[in-house]
Design a protein around this ligand. Structure first.
Ligand code: NAG
Ligand code: NAG
Ligand code: NAG
Ligand code: NAG
Ligand code: NAG
Length: 603
């Protein structure tokens, strides 16, 4: 009896060990073709928290010791009520056939292989540097010198199940000294979304305490950017001055993204640490945005530039509006912060609703393109005369950066029960997929223009009208010959000008394709993603990694010696996730910051 039981125990122990090995074994999690983990295994995989070592930070400087000059009388505190149950975001997915599973796993493995190549090169030739240079095969510091690529990539390593690589990177994080900086100033926005977001996302996944310790260091550093008389953050932080604690004067001219895009990171840091000072810094900004929203020249819509010193959102420099560069993530964060706070702060729903309605009315347009696709692009709006805000001009420039908007509308549409927004999100996403397919490389340019249709419901391609618009751009240079201009500028039919021919390894298009796949369950998005992935790899691969491309209008354009940190942090993460099981990082449990770092939603 005893011996039998001992045997049984041994059997159970072995089975348990094998199970653990399975959960941790990266072969099974990442490259097994044709075998998908069960829901329970996935859940356990995502929650495999451990503190592998007891780390102590090696940095001689502690940002908690840096003095703060201005304090506010009242602290806005993190809502403490029980989070609401928000509407479901993800579609119901049917069980996949073994053929579907096989295709998906082959594609997922291709993404991991591409990732591994870049990561190995970074590790070998650029370790602890901010970026890897994919042509000269060396490192460079351009984000403060705190190993930006390493920190931005931590959670991708974890999600891909690359456990050894993750542990090695965590060891390295413990050695980073955020008290020293290779620049005089750092961008508050970029440092927040890449470094703070990267550390928080990796901490939320792994529970590694040292990541939280360093997140607090970065959070404290960035908190000094809010140390101004009116609490408005500055755009660029002088690290030496921040350490001295003299406070700062708010910027007279700052972009809206530089003001409103720190919300998720600081809210999550407050939730994890239980310290409301991180919440206060961004809740204060939210209050100011909430108050000023009806007073902009397009009530409801925030201008791209504002005066943070006078808190003016409606003076003569606040006359341009858009959702691309300088604006994007402020709008993106309204619905996402609502989700992160479990719906407990009503301002975010109002900020979302009123701005999304105005974006729809003023910025979204159906482009006139061959075959009359029923899609949407987002442009910019200008008000030439401050005295006459009703006279607006739509600049139909579509930016690759604006491709995130499909995911923004789809996610918001789900969270706020607005089916029309999900439909807008689909048309915006289809727009970017369509734009990718228009060029010989299969990648959309950084910025291009097209003719906006007069109506969204029907729009027939008119070659004469297209030619006229091309001539309006390039007229004199080509003696008003539209065909010649289009040929020499390598314009795909329908594009009327290309303002920036590059592709910089950006994620926004695949990001929205991923979100729309999770929200609608439509397999067409997975197919679109595969086409985009193949095009991107073909156009950007170097011996060591992947490089930005000079010109997407040729099959393989000149490469630029640059591999931005978001290639590993975002672009390849979203490609990996769309070819993974739908419950890996379910959008009902996680919300991604604008650098694709997953933060845990309250449940
Ligand atoms: C870390 O420290 C705690 C208490 O100081 C100790 O109980 C634990 O075993 C240590 N963990 C490791 C992995 O060394
Ligand atoms: C790095 O910071 C420490 C204090 O945190 C300082 O003593 C040292 O001089 C700094 N080094 C450089 C190169 O700035
Ligand atoms: C740092 O930022 C401040 C404030 O924006 C600016 O005045 C200064 O010129 C910047 N210095 C450098 C070296 O970029
Ligand atoms: C500008 O906004 C402020 C609120 O910040 C408001 O009081 C003022 O009336 C607005 N001015 C115009 C011209 O809309
Ligand atoms: C096509 O565009 C041209 C130039 O704008 C216009 O004159 C013509 O009427 C349009 N054709 C149709 C069928 O709408």
């Amino acid at each position: 009896m005893r011996r039998r039981r001992a045997k049984l125990y041994a059997f159970i122990a072995t089975a348990f060990l094998l199970f653990i090995v399975f959960l941790h074994g990266r072969t099974e999690m990442t490259v097994a073709v044709g075998h998908s983990p069960s829901d329970d295994q996935l859940e356990a995989f995502m929650n495999r928290h451990t503190n592998s070592k007891n780390y102590t930070l090696e940095s001689p400087f502690d940002w908690l010791d840096a003095p703060i000059r201005y304090s506010s009388e009242k602290t806005l505190t993190l809502p403490s009520a029980k989070p609401s149950t928000l509407p479901r975001v993800q579609a119901d997915f049917p069980a996949e056939s073994s053929k579907e599973s096989h295709t998906r796993e082959v594609r997922r493995k291709a993404v991991v292989d591409t990732f591994q190549k870049s990561w190995k090169s970074y590790r070998k030739s650029a370790w602890m540097k901010d970026e890897y240079k994919p042509i000269s095969n060396e490192g460079k510091d351009n984000w403060g010198g705190w190993a930006a690529t390493l920190i931005d990539t931590l959670d991708t390593l974890w999600i891909m199940g690359l456990e050894d690589e993750f542990r090695e990177a965590v060891d390295a994080v413990a050695k980073i000294n955020f008290g020293n900086c290779t620049e005089v100033n750092v961008s508050v926005f970029e440092t927040t979304i890449r470094y703070l977001g990267g550390l928080i996302g990796a901490y939320d996944l792994s529970g590694e305490d040292v990541l939280l310790q360093q997140a607090i260091q970065v959070g404290e550093m960035l908190l000094r950017a809010f140390d101004t008389p009116n609490g408005m953050p500055i755009d660029r932080l002088d690290i030496t001055k921040a350490k001295e604690g003299g406070g700062f004067k708010p910027d007279g001219h700052i972009c809206i993204a530089g003001v409103g895009s720190m919300t998720m990171e600081f809210v999550r840091l407050a939730q994890i640490t239980g310290n409301s000072k991180y919440y206060h810094a961004v809740a204060w900004i939210t209050m100011i945005l909430d108050y000023n929203q009806p007073y902009s020249l397009i009530p409801g819509l925030f201008p791209t530039w504002l005066n943070a010193r006078t808190l003016s959102f409606n003076d003569s420099r606040s006359t341009t509006f858009g959702i691309g560069a300088m604006a994007d993530s402020t709008f993106e964060y309204f619905a996402k912060t609502h989700a992160l706070l479990g719906g407990l702060e009503p301002a975010y729903e109002k900020l979302y609703r009123d701005s999304m309605d105005q974006i729809d009315t003023h910025l979204l347009f159906r482009p006139m393109l061959p075959n009359n696709p029923d899609i949407l692009f987002a442009g910019d709006l200008r008000i030439p005369s401050h005295a006459d805000p009703a006279a607006t001009i739509l600049d139909p420039s579509m930016q690759h950066l604006s491709c995130f908007a499909g995911g923004m509308y789809a996610l918001g549409g789900k969270l706020f029960n607005n089916a029309a927004h999900v439909a807008l999100g689909a048309k915006l996403t289809d727009g970017c997929v369509h734009a990718y397919a228009l060029t010989p490389s299969g990648i959309m340019p950084e910025i291009f223009e097209s003719v906006p249709c007069a109506s969204r419901s029907s729009c027939a391609f008119n070659e004469t009208a297209w030619g006229e618009a091309v001539t309006a751009h390039y007229g004199p240079k080509y003696s008003f010959d539209a065909k010649k201009a289009a040929a020499e500028q390598r314009l795909p039919v329908g594009m009327t000008s290309i303002k920036d021919y590059r592709y910089m390894l950006r994620p926004e298009a695949i990001e929205s394709v991923f979100v729309l796949y999770r929200v609608t369950g439509d397999p067409k998005y997975r197919e679109a993603a595969w086409g985009m992935f193949e095009a991107i790899v073909d156009a950007t691969a170097t011996e060591g990694g992947n490089a930005a491309v000079e010109d997407v209008t040729v099959k393989r354009g000149e490469l630029v010696d640059s591999m931005e940190t978001f290639w590993l942090a975002e672009t390849l993460k979203y490609f990996y996730l769309i070819f993974s099981r739908e419950d890996l990082l379910s959008l009902d449990k996680w919300v991604f910051n604008t650098e694709a770092h997953p933060f845990r939603r309250p449940v």
